[in-house]
Design a protein around this ligand. Structure first.
Ligand code: NAD
Length: 353
């Protein structure tokens, strides 16, 4: 290993874990010299946002509750204007990737610090990546400007995440770790974090599915989410993420569910090329192959396994394969249209990889 040179990318951020840690949000602000938070949520989580406004008392200047999937630029501009009008000196983002995305979009435009309180496992809080949409097009920016400063992982806030979303969100997180294992710019440290993240979900997700309010298990899944998100933030992604972006962007398939279905197939596709790098995944799950392990794990947790159940028509598979192989990008195994078409057929039908 040490014959090769490597780079470890990591961001300066403060991360706290623990039941009830959300009550420290005001202390965290004060430690940074901040006193005027604009609280952000989706419309669905507005009530949670109001609780935070009450919790923050004089440290909150308002609530903006219109965070939307895929960060539409128009909403980001409206929220930024609101932050400026209220003279906010930071944002407190409470929610999943959509709300974190809005906080990042405001930070991009204003440089306001972000405190994030995640309520899903998507992992956006651990990255300096912002995806935005305008005129139906999604673009991605990577810059330290959007990297959140403080993350508060409070398992009490994910206790209410419905089981179906819990499972797909967990598989979404696990996909960051699995692809990180063969990233071109991986390091020994990103590898440790990826395997530890997968192990956390493998240990804790079955307990959460059995008892969604199990605080210890929820806490371990948040630990997994942070590890997997950190991998996403520090190394490049490949085939799996490209396929999910194609299916989400061009066919409007739901984000986390698409990750859940594609993950075992993309990993099985690449396992042929990099068996040594993926063997630890099979070992964590106690099976022969990483692709098969992830398929069985998802199925046992009740995750969707077929693209057809997410609303993709079989007639769209040719175009999906074409789009996914159009702009060449790095992947450990060459991305060949016929092989990808066959893989998509299996994922569409819900077959094991
Ligand atoms: P989301 O944030 O869109 O949340 C989905 C819905 O679930 C929302 O209505 C939300 O309010 C609700 N919700 C969230 N937590 C809940 C809880 N605990 N209980 C009840 N309801 C809850 O979904 P997501 O999967 O977290 O995020 C997906 C988005 O994040 C996508 O746009 C994706 O591109 C982006 N993302 C970005 C990065 C990055 O690094 N930039 C990383 C991962 C995901």
């Amino acid at each position: 290993l040490f014959q090769n040179s490597f780079v470890v990318n990591s961001a300066a951020m403060r991360v706290r874990f623990g039941a009830g840690v959300r009550h420290s949000v005001g202390d965290e602000m004060e430690a940074l010299g901040l006193s005027r938070a604009l609280v952000l949520t989706t419309p669905q989580q507005a009530e949670t946002g109001r609780e935070f406004v009450r919790l923050l008392g004089r440290n909150a200047v308002g609530l903006f509750d219109k965070a939307t999937m895929h960060t539409p630029v128009a909403i980001s501009e409206e929220a930024t204007a609101e932050a400026i009008r209220l003279a906010a000196d930071c944002v407190v983002s409470i929610g999943g990737g959509s709300t974190t995305g809005l906080g990042k979009a405001i930070a991009l435009r204003t440089d306001l610090p972000q405190i994030v309180v995640p309520t899903t496992y998507a992992g956006s809080e651990a990255t300096g990546i912002l995806g935005q949409t305008e005129h139906g097009r999604k673009t991605t920016i990577t810059t330290p400007k959007v990297q959140p400063e403080v993350i508060l992982y409070d398992p009490e806030l994910v206790q209410g995440l419905p089981v179906g979303m819990t499972v797909t969100s967990a598989l979404n997180a696990m996909a960051h770790a699995a692809e990180g294992l063969y990233a071109q710019n991986r390091s020994p440290v990103s590898g440790l974090m990826a395997l530890e993240g997968l192990r956390a979900f493998r240990n804790a997700l079955p307990a959460v599915v059995a008892n969604p309010s199990d605080l210890a298990a929820r806490g371990e899944t948040l630990y997994g989410a942070w590890l997997c998100g950190s991998v996403l933030g520090s190394v490049g992604m490949a085939l799996h993420h490209k396929l999910c972006h194609t299916l989400g962007g061009s066919f409007d398939l739901p984000h986390a569910e698409t990750h859940a279905v594609i993950l075992p197939h993309a990993i099985a596709y690449n396992e042929v090329a990099v068996p040594d790098l993926l063997r630890p995944v099979a070992e964590i799950f106690g099976t022969e192959s990483a692709g098969a392990a992830l398929y069985a794990f998802g199925r046992d947790m009740g995750a969707p396994t077929a693209l057809r159940d997410l609303g993709l028509a079989e007639a769209d598979l040719d175009r999906a394969a074409e789009l996914a192989t159009q702009n060449p990008y790095w992947n450990p195994r060459p991305v060949e249209r016929l092989a990808i078409r066959a893989m998509l057929q299996a994922a569409w039908a819900g077959d094991a990889p």
